[in-house]
Design a protein around this ligand. Structure first.
Ligand SMILES: [Zn+2]
Length: 409
């Protein structure tokens, strides 16, 4: 297991923690590094193909969002209004409807695009039940978003650690709102970087939304816009943290830049032989000075949506409720991630609290594990001791029975 201290040290003095998260998960981890390389190759190919088809029509895509508010101090339990104001602000930013667009210098105004992605608070939860797209969890821990459990996992991601389990990340954009203690303002997982249960966006409540408790100069919701950019595979506009002109963000139409900007710089400001695009959402300037994504960034995000994030395109998260009987059936059991490497997460949603018998079989039909729990007590199963392969998990209540197939990597 990687040690958290390095992550903690890097993380806490950064404006955005994405680079620290990427470094943490990529360090000595060939699987993650390979995944990231594959995703980058896919991205470059997808963009190339897309650019060769100039007349295609595409529809605006709407991404279902669930906001998990995990709070310790009462003021961190931010009101629905503040959450809704964030969704509105991010929609405006992504659709080029932001109020400060006209303040852009002409050089950059001409490069600002409508990304054609929108966000909605989920109306249907993973079980098919109605939801307002917001969960609320009171926690024992201060600064839950930057507090580690003894196993070096961030507590905010898991019920059992004092946080909140995410919803399946291939169907929802999970946004955890929890105190970071000030820095970073937020962080996010690039596709293919984090374990499924941590795959989403984390933002401090003081910079989430545009109303109520938000704190200037980060009170226009652009920390979240920035972190969602990472979630859809955007790098910081200056590349990595190296303060060099050689590092690029892998986007053609953003200028090379030697590092981040803070506050609100006066235009023009230059490095690496061109004017810095400090007004780009992927820089660190104050919210009031951030106003645009470019076409190149849009293409990277669309590539992510058609590749590693494609599950979001078929999500019913903002659709209509399917009235389903809440008895034991295929839809009342949720298992993820699948394939699984470490911890299999199981949620059972049925009306009665009759104990449920869970058994695990291998492909030969041998029973390896049996447990009887009430539905509310069914949680995670550690599969690290299992040989990679196909397994079957059976759930039984009375004469009802459901079997799920899982793959252990
Ligand atoms: Zn960032």
């Amino acid at each position: 297991m990687l040690c958290c201290f390095q992550l903690e040290a890097q993380f806490l003095d950064e404006h955005c923690g994405q680079q620290a998260i990427s470094t943490f998960y990529e360090l000595n981890n060939a699987v993650v590094i390979n995944q990231r390389n594959e995703i980058e190759n896919f991205t470059q190919d997808w963009i190339k193909n897309y650019q060769e088809q100039p007349f295609q029509n595409r529809e605006v895509v709407t991404i279902p969002v669930v906001v998990h508010v995990v709070w310790h101090h009462a003021e961190e339990n931010i009101p629905d209004l503040q959450i809704e104001s964030q969704i509105d602000a991010t929609n405006a930013d992504f659709r080029k409807l932001n109020a400060n667009l006209n303040a852009l210098p002409t050089e950059f105004f001409d490069k600002a695009v409508d990304v054609e992605i929108e966000f909605c608070l989920a109306t249907v939860d993973p079980f098919g039940n109605a939801t307002n797209g917001i969960t609320r969890t009171e926690t024992f821990y201060e600064n839950i978003a930057t507090t580690f459990a003894p196993g070096n996992e961030l507590r905010i991601f898991q019920d059992d650690l004092g946080g909140k389990d995410g919803w399946p990340p291939n169907k929802y954009l999970n946004i955890w709102v929890g105190s970071t203690g000030g820095f970073p303002l937020g962080f996010a997982c690039m596709p293919g970087t984090c374990p499924a249960l941590e795959d989403g966006v984390i933002v401090d409540p003081l910079v989430f939304g545009t109303t109520c408790n938000t704190k200037a100069p980060f009170n226009l919701g652009r920390t979240t816009t920035h972190e969602i950019g990472h979630f859809f595979n955007l790098n910081h506009i200056w590349g990595s943290d190296s303060d060099e002109c050689e590092e690029d963000d892998l986007v053609e139409d953003t200028p090379l830049q030697d590092g981040p900007h803070f506050g609100c710089p006066n235009y023009p400001i230059s490095s690496c032989g061109s004017n810095d695009m400090f007004v780009n959402y992927m820089d660190y300037s104050d919210d009031e000075c951030l106003a645009m994504f470019t076409e190149g960034q849009k293409l990277r995000m669309l590539a992510a949506l058609n590749g590693p994030r494609s599950g979001l395109l078929t999500s019913n998260g903002c659709g209509l409720i399917n009235p389903s009987p809440r008895s034991l059936n295929n839809n009342s059991i949720l298992i993820f991630p699948n394939p699984v490497r470490e911890c299999l997460h199981i949620d059972v949603d049925i009306d009665n609290q009759t104990p449920i018998l869970i058994t695990l079989h291998n492909a030969m039909g041998q029973r390896l594990f049996t447990s009887t729990n009430t539905p509310d007590d069914v949680r995670s199963v550690d599969v690290t001791s299992l040989v990679p392969g196909v397994y079957f998990v059976n759930f039984e209540v009375g004469n009802q029975s459901v079997t799920k197939r899982i793959v252990v990597e």
